[in-house]
Design a protein around this ligand. Structure first.
Ligand code: S3P
Length: 450
């Protein structure tokens, strides 16, 4: 697979302990949502700490194409002058979302509920990802798919109705992207839109909708689910959004410190929303030395500084019910598991097959390269460690997937023979400062490839 540029191989070698403090960039999920709600609000939205990764910049471009005035005023500081719900204009060009599943899917909810027509496209990875899960509820709400690639894939042209139909919709899989697309579409419906999820997924859309002035009620549904109701056609008011540090990016230095002997680092201001902390829960069960310091509120989310020290980890059984709260963290958990003593079983990973790559396969292949004992049993990944550093030494194929690239570079910092990845270019989609921040901690990362 290619992103149209020359591949940028990277390598990682074991070296000195990692030490020092770092702050990872802003949360990707919140950054996309801040841009999109900025578009749909009346007045100005000021965003601080926006993740300036390629995925979010594509969403910013799409907001501008639909009528917003989007301006960068400083590092991570952006202003969006919105058009208000109902005020979108037809974009003159295809909305190219690059690698961004979240940006494209959430924006389909916006377009699919307005009387506009837009074509969505993306890179080779995004063109492989299923969009039927998004357009299915949107067609119930009145949207029309004008054209699409085979299997409800991009490029896809979507038209919204003159009047959006309010629905009650139960998501078929626990997915914040599906939930958010329906809620964002519901903003332009005359009535209440309700989304039911059997297992709670990240709730940033609900929180941010309230921040912008919408009425959202959330009730428990069954043991682990939620019923979310949004009153349609509110007047959203532009506001200030402070984006906390992304726990899914923090995961990489955290696991690096756990596996590199002698390490002791602090990751500052990490968002600790409980619907995002499945990895921390799991690492603590594995015996990780992670101490939560200075817990506080920032921009409507709880954040904390995390002190992480090298630890002897042990294998654990990760229940499928934990998947929604750590869905993006399985590749890096598999790396931690390779350094643990005993077996780690990660259950219920079917959704990993439809991420930026087939992550279950990509992780299994990378573990094989690194000489780590593992097996895939149905939807479960089982990794066996000896408590010693694995051999490493291979090159992991990244398949245009940023998290696969970062995971196997972290593996290389602890593996006996290091590790390379075939292409690190996609790291810029979510964590553009990964290499420089890891080097500041003392990591030996090279641009020389395998
Ligand atoms: C996201 C939701 C998750 C996650 C993605 C970001 C979001 O996808 O994998 O990286 O911001 O809503 P699903 O909701 O489809 O599981």
């Amino acid at each position: 697979m290619s992103h149209g540029l020359a591949p940028a191989p990277l390598s990682a070698r074991p070296g000195r302990p990692l030490s020092g403090s770092l702050r990872v960039p802003g949360d990707k999920s919140i950054s996309h949502r801040a841009m999109i709600l900025g578009l749909l609000a009346i007045g100005e939205t000021q965003i601080e700490g926006l993740l300036e990764g390629d995925d979010v910049l594509r969403t910013a471009d799409a907001c501008a194409a639909l009528g917003a005035q989007v301006e960068r005023v400083g590092e991570g500081a952006w202003r969006v002058a919105g058009v208000g719900i109902g005020g979108l204009s037809d974009p003159s060009e295809t909305l190219d979302f690059g690698n961004a599943g979240t940006g494209s899917r959430l924006m389909m909810g916006v377009v699919g509920s307005h009387p506009v027509t837009a074509t969505f496209d993306g890179d080779e990875s995004l063109r492989k990802r299923p969009m039927g899960r998004i357009v299915e509820p949107l067609t119930r709400m009145g949207a029309t798919v004008v054209s699409q690639a085979e299997g409800a894939r991009l490029p896809l042209t979507l038209s919204g109705p003159r009047e959006t139909i309010p629905v009650v919709y139960e998501t078929p899989v626990p997915s914040a992207q599906i939930k958010s697309a329906v809620l964002l579409a519901g903003l332009n419906a005359p009535g209440t839109v309700t989304v039911i999820e059997r297992e709670a997924s990240r709730d940033h859309t609900e929180r941010m909708l309230r921040l912008f002035g919408a009425q959202v009620t959330v009730e428990p549904h069954g043991e682990t689910g939620r019923r979310i109701a949004l009153r349609g056609q509110p007047e959203l008011r532009g506001t200030r959004v402070v984006v906390p540090a992304d726990p899914s990016s923090a995961a990489f230095p955290i696991v690096a410190a756990l596996i590199v002997p002698g390490s002791d680092i602090i990751v500052e201001g990490v968002m600790t929303n409980p619907l995002r902390t499945g990895l921390l829960t799991t690492l603590l069960e594995m015996g990780a030395d992670i101490v939560t310091l200075n817990q506080r509120e920032e921009g409507g989310e709880t954040v904390a500084d995390l002190r992480v020290r090298h630890s002897a980890l042990r294998g654990v059984d990760v229940p499928a019910s934990r998947a929604p709260s750590m869905i993006d963290e399985y590749p890096i958990l598999a790396v931690a598991a390779a350094f643990a003593t005993g077996e780690t079983r990660m259950r219920g990973l079917h959704e990993l097959r439809v991420k930026e790559s087939d992550r279950l396969q990509a992780v299994a292949d990378g573990l094989a390269q690194a000489g780590v004992t593992h097996r895939v049993e149905g939807d479960d990944l089982v990794v066996s460690g000896t408590g010693e550093a694995p051999r490493g030494g291979g090159t992991a194929a990244t398949h245009l997937d940023h998290r696969i690239a970062m995971s196997f570079l972290v593996m290389g910092l602890g593996a006996r023979e290091g590790m390379a990845v075939d292409d690190g270019a996609m790291i810029a989609t979510s964590f553009p400062t990964f290499v420089s921040l890891m080097r500041c901690l003392g990591a030996d990362l090279g641009e020389d490839g395998p």
